[in-house]
Design a protein around this ligand. Sequence first.
Ligand SMILES: *Cc1c(COP(=O)(O)O)cnc(C)c1O
Length: 469
Amino acid sequence: MTSTVPSLFEAAQRVMPGGVSSPVRAYRSVGGDPVFIASAAGAFVTGADGNEYLDFVGSWGPALLGHAHPNVVAAVQSAAQWGLSFGAPTTAETALAEAIIARIPVLDKVRFTSTGTEACMTAIRLARGCTGRNLVIKFAGCYHGHSDALLAEAGSGVATQGLPGSAGVTPGATQDTLVLPYNDLPALEATFAQHGAAIAAVITEPCAANMGLVPPAPGWNTALRRLTAQHGALLIYDEVLTGFRASATGWWGIEGQPCSWEPDLFTFGKVIGGGMPLAALAGRADIMDHLAPVGAVYQAGTLSGNPLATASGLATLKLATADVYAGIGRWADQAVALLEERLTAASIPHAIQRGGTLFSVFFGEDPASRAAGQGSRVGGQGSRAGVARPNAVTTGAAVTNYAQAQRQDVDLFARFHRAMREAGVLLPPSAFETWFVSAAHGERELEMLNGALGAALPSLNSNQLRTAG
Ligand SMILES: *Cc1c(COP(=O)(O)O)cnc(C)c1O
């Protein structure tokens, strides 16, 4: 007799499309039912079935300190007793804006939103409002949230779904969005030569992390700055993922600061809310003051700057000291070295790419070399450079753009994901995502990762090896 009691996922699917509130969570690209999470603490999440997993999703970025850090929880609880939302200014917003500006002193002003999607959408509107121009350049594989104009070749979730963009987005909504390959200077120069006077902004992930981790080629971000400045367009650094995670000062602190130049606008999210819905755009006063009520560019939000979210973000940033970032960086070094060693020993073709504290693993024969007709194996040059120079701004990375990222072996990744889950480790359920490490990942967690790899890799080692070309 079959049970009439639906599984948690079946019950969810009855009342929610795909059973989820965001598509990647449905595990479509890795198979199996998603883990329904009941609780999380430190480096671990506990499923509704009672199983505990070592977690590398970290709520897709916010859990920098580990899940449910006691001080962050206490800050939220304390804020909650004074009221959940006012729709009015609070001193906590000022304090969080000051904390953000203290880390990235090239910023003058911050506007809070609830999601990274809103922050990026507003940054684009602001750039168009400031410049009086229409065109926006984005790069294939970079994700800037799900607003219509930016949902073109948008990486991770969309890539995982295998959609060309999205149904329901009209050609009108994307006609002013030009999509170029990441790290392709000739394409960028040609586009500026042709459309320069009409380009309002270039929006980029300064270290791409939504097509797997794809660092900028040496000089790439500087070229973006030079060309935008030459043509009177704004440069928008989308640091929703990398901000206050790739380093204490985001990707800007790794690359921008020593280069002594800065983008015109930044967007932040994920870490700055510490797990609560909060994001922001920020930049120079002469640009930010185009926003209403000072300027003519409208933007608003009932829950923007929510007191619980600002309390959570402020507590998180206060606790995210230089030591925290150094520790996460060291842990990532060790994890990358371990992965490199175990995957190589198991003869599983792969490339590990690194940017600041972030890394991801591409499975399969070298997509980049294959494109160049060399047919060599992934896992050499790129990953070694990444290990040796954790903050390397690219050197030797095997995958440099979205077209190459799409040639990774997603089936092999799916089997790896399932085997690791079986062994008690929860990885992001998509080959196009980075691994998120937290300050709560320590010695014991490294041992657990090692043990899980030992259990998982042998099951992958049969009949998946493919010849190049
Ligand atoms: C997550 C992300 C967004 C969107 O943020 P949401 O809060 O999910 O709307 C935008 N840009 C980048 C780079 C992201 O990683």
